[in-house]
Design a protein around this ligand. Structure first.
Ligand code: HEM
Length: 467
């Protein structure tokens, strides 16, 4: 019997809707939900795709019926080539075990210790800026978040013999993400042994990454006392110290996969959040002025600290609004239906792919008045309480909600406060800024910005400056 499908854009020919989709994916998805309703069907080549655009149905997929789904094969295939069987790409019981093992590393007490690292590196980045210089802010933010993730994950700058570890790993990661982006564009990832330029690049980058990580892990094991790895305060220590209910630790391969996953998931996303924030602030001087007023009145010229964050609500509202408009994870990984699933009055057949897009949800006028406008003021506690869960979802939801959510928000708020206290960033390009939508929502060709010292600027206090 033919399956009754929800309506959706016309999907004819071998490729279905693939070419309209790839022209501008977020716009295509948003228009589809606006036009056809809460559940939309279209075909992307051989993939039968269902796009979910209502919070209640999203809850079904991510929470109530989540056991009927797993991460889609294309995501696993492409991302798995460098993230192995880490948190982002694994499923089922194995994922649940790994999530339990990794969770303590993200305990609030633990991540609060990273505030100083975040502030130190923000100061270090600013120290490289000359007044009125033009920088590509996406490169600056990427470099900054990469330094932070390397330090907080595996204490990168403590590893003298590996040279500049953060840079080695960072450039391997950049190559891996670039190749993966191209795989997503092609909609296929050829087996590693096929001698294409991209496969060669990926194989080399994976080997480089693994070599450095193996050295780091072996170093930790060497200094273990009675088999107990020393807790050096970073995320890797915590992962190495975690035991499951059978008393088992993660093995070295699994540790490597988790570190690669946290490195990849944890820096480009936050970097994009910040780049979009600077871009939006530069176009909204009244918001920028209000931010400066908050910083000046709360901090009165001293550096922000973790303890100040609750007293800087406007800076948090700015970030929340920036990642509403430009959610770095603009679409969740596809979910493969493992069985027929009843959803919104339809049957989503086994083998279909379900898409959920934070970008789409965040631009629906039903939940966000003037959805395209940058209005940090909307994020009042009352508004947030009134929003249905999953209408605003920059970090996903359910059991697979982003594990680095609190880490990322703390990092973004600290960096915003530290830099905005010292600099105004103004747009220094006339070409429009467009987004690029591969793995994350990135400014397509970077954003050229002029960094202008503020008159009330503070210089880093000596105890915060990096040694
Ligand atoms: C603004 C910054 C960030 C955004 C917008 C973001 C967004 C997301 C989203 C939407 C998911 C769910 C993906 C899905 O369900 O398919 C996710 C998962 C994940 N994120 Fe983040 N993330 C951010 C920062 C971070 C940071 C800083 C880390 C780690 C240091 C991190 C680590 C992870 C991991 C490991 C997962 C997989 C969790 C699981 O499946 O159990 N993320 N992130």
């Amino acid at each position: 019997m033919a399956v009754k499908r929800p309506s959706g854009p016309k999907s004819s020919g071998i490729m279905g809707s693939a070419s309209q989709f790839s022209e501008d994916e977020p716009a295509f998805l948003l228009e589809s939900i606006k036009k056809y309703g809460d559940l939309v069907y279209f075909r992307l080549a051989h993939l039968h795709t269902y796009l979910v655009g209502h919070p209640d149905l999203i809850r079904e997929v991510l929470v109530t019926q989540s056991d009927k789904f797993e991460k889609a094969p294309l995501d696993k295939q492409i991302l798995g080539k460098f993230l192995g069987n880490g948190l982002l790409t694994s499923d089922g019981d194995f994922h649940r075990r790994q999530r339990r093992l990794a969770q303590p590393a993200f305990h609030s007490k633990r991540i609060h210790n990273y505030a100083k690292v975040m502030l130190d590196y923000a100061n270090q980045i600013m120290a490289g800026w000359e007044n009125e210089a033009v920088v590509d802010i996406t490169e600056e933010m990427m470099h900054l978040t990469m330094l932070i993730v390397s330090k907080t994950l595996f204490d990168a700058d403590a590893i003298a013999e590996s040279g500049d570890t953060a840079v080695t790993i960072g450039s391997a990661m950049e190559d891996l993400q670039a190749v993966s982006n191209r795989d997503y564009q092609r909609g296929v990832s050829l087996p590693n042994w096929v001698p294409t330029a991209d496969n060669r690049l990926r194989n080399r980058a994976v080997a480089e990454f693994n070599k450095v990580m193996d050295q780091i892990i072996a170093g930790r094991r060497q200094t273990a006392v009675n088999g107990q790895v020393e807790d050096s305060g970073d995320l890797l220590s915590m992962l190495m110290l975690s035991v499951d209910e059978d008393g088992e630790f993660m093995d070295d391969k699994q540790l490597r996969d988790e570190v690669a996953t946290l490195f990849a998931a944890g820096h480009e996303t936050t970097s994009n959040a910040l780049s979009w924030t600077w871009f939006l602030l530069a176009q909204h001087p009244e918001t920028e002025a209000k931010l400066h007023a908050e910083l000046d009145s709360v901090l009165a010229g001293r550096q922000p600290t973790l303890a100040d964050l609750p007293n800087l609500p406007y800076s948090l509202q700015i970030i929340k609004e920036a990642i509403r408009l430009y959610p770095p994870a603009w679409i969740l990984n596809g979910r493969l239906a493992l069985a027929d699933v009843e959803l919104g009055g339809y049957t989503v057949p086994k083998g279909s792919t379900v898409f959920i897009s934070p970008y789409v949800m965040h631009h629906l006028p039903h939940y966000f008045d003037e959805p395209d406008a940058f209005k940090p003021e909307r994020f009042t506690p009352e508004f947030e309480k009134s929003l249905p869960k999953f209408a605003y979802m920059p970090f996903g939801g359910g059991a697979r909600v982003c594990i680095g959510n609190a880490f990322a928000m703390m990092e973004a708020q600290l960096i915003l406060a530290t830099i905005a206290q010292n600099y105004r960033l103004t747009l220094a390009q006339t070409e429009p800024v467009r987004y690029n939508t591969q793995i994350t929502l990135t400014p397509e060709n970077g954003i050229q910005m002029k960094v202008v010292e503020r008159e009330t600027a503070v210089s880093p206090t000596p105890e915060l400056a990096l040694a």
